[in-house]
Design a protein around this ligand. Structure first.
Ligand code: PLP
Length: 360
């Protein structure tokens, strides 16, 4: 068996010990004689798996008692609609900060349900930064302020929690959740798909403050109504059971790495190796303003894009996969989520130097 260094932006690499444990438990989970995939979601075995995953998530993220944790379906893309359906609470408009491709998708979807005010955008500089907080034109009557904490495609990340006063802050954390500590109490709602840092595609994490739920638009599908899901422990309908089980194993793995503080140290060390290599070279360039560079997704370009194919081929020959940049931006992108070992980043940096020496 050979495992490669997988730099995919998502679905992404999972910790090897988690995959091994899942393999060991595949046919017979804890003497139940069944795979977790085959269990009733209402049976005591799965209820225990579900409860443990929620407890671990609460512990790791430090979720206050007045917040609900929901395991939903539909991914962040569905949340782009579910958020306005649930969060308008009698108001008509919401503020959105536009920092790139995922913000744009959120805005496009929200416009079906709400009046959207783009309170700040970095479009003029090709989404290379987070707009300075002082420049945001917030509306005090907005139902909420929406941000994308980490733009997975553009590689731009918030390294601060914006203060938006009494208006609830809503964050799409799909590609940064669990990568470092978060001050949950500063948010009204946090959501994210699991397939970047938490587990397999199929489960969406929602952390929402109690007082914000229960006023969904009448058109809201029941399965997408936060209050109904909260009242039913995320089991109004069949939840994505296997994905929740794997997420629970990943949470245990994160605890073993020193929790989110440990993950942050590990992620900062990896990102520093890669950004230092980019900054030390004129052969490669990083398109993102230094202060706002993502710890998770590192886009970069070769000055001569005619060499892109050769770079990718050479990377694959050295067991480094999925380094091609998103089709909308081109170049390269290294996604270095929690499960990417530092050895993977060291191998990439060594290869970048070697490639520059032979092609520069
Ligand atoms: C991946 C991603 C999404 C889309 O998630 P889906 O699960 O495909 O719906 C949305 N926002 C961000 C920031 C992402 O990284």
């Amino acid at each position: 068996m050979t495992r490669v260094f997988n730099f995919s932006a998502g679905p992404a690499a999972l910790p090897e010990p988690v995959l091994r444990q899942a393999a060991d438990e595949m046919l017979d989970w804890h003497g139940s004689g069944m795979s977790v995939m085959e269990m009733s979601h209402r049976g005591k075995e799965f209820i225990a798996i579900h409860a443990e995953a929620e407890t671990s998530l609460r512990e790791l993220l430090g979720v206050p008692a007045n917040y609900k944790v929901l395991f939903m379906q539909g991914g962040a893309m569905a949340e782009n609609a579910i958020v306005p359906m649930n969060m308008l609470r009698g108001k008509s408009s919401a503020d959105y900060i536009n920092t790139g491709e995922w913000s744009k998708k959120s805005i496009k979807e929200a416009k079906k349900y709400a009046k959207v005010n783009v309170a700040a955008t970095s479009e003029a500089t090709n989404f290379d930064r987070i707009p300075l907080r002082d420049s945001w034109q917030l509306d005090p009557n907005a139902a909420y302020v929406h941000i994308c904490s980490n733009e997975t495609i553009g590689g731009v990340e918030y390294h601060f929690t914006p203060d938006v006063g009494d208006v609830p802050l809503v964050a799409d954390m799909s590609s940064s959740i669990m990568s470092r500590p978060v001050e949950v109490a500063k948010y009204g709602l946090i959501y994210g798909g699991a397939q970047k840092n938490i587990g397999p595609a199929g489960v969406t994490i929602v952390v929402v403050r109690d007082d914000l739920i229960g006023q969904a638009l009448p058109i809201t599908p029941s399965a997408f109504d936060y209050k109904q899901q909260a009242d039913n422990d995320s089991m109004l309908n069949t939840p994505p059971t296997y994905a929740i089980y794997i997420a629970g194993l990943v949470f245990n793995w994160i605890k073993g790495q020193g929790g989110l503080a440990g993950m942050e140290a590990h992620n900062r060390a990896k990102a520093a190796l890669l950004y230092d290599a980019l900054d030390a070279s004129s052969f490669y360039t990083s398109p993102v303003a230094r202060a706002d560079r993502s710890l998770m997704n590192v886009p970069f370009k070769l000055r001569d894009e005619a060499l892109d194919d050769a770079f990718l081929k050479g990377a694959q020959a050295r067991s480094m996969f999925q380094l091609k940049g998103h089709r909308s931006v081109g170049g390269m992108r290294a996604s270095i989520y929690n499960a990417m070992p530092v050895e993977g980043v060291k191998a990439l940096v060594a290869y970048m130097k070697e490639f520059e020496a032979t092609h520069g």
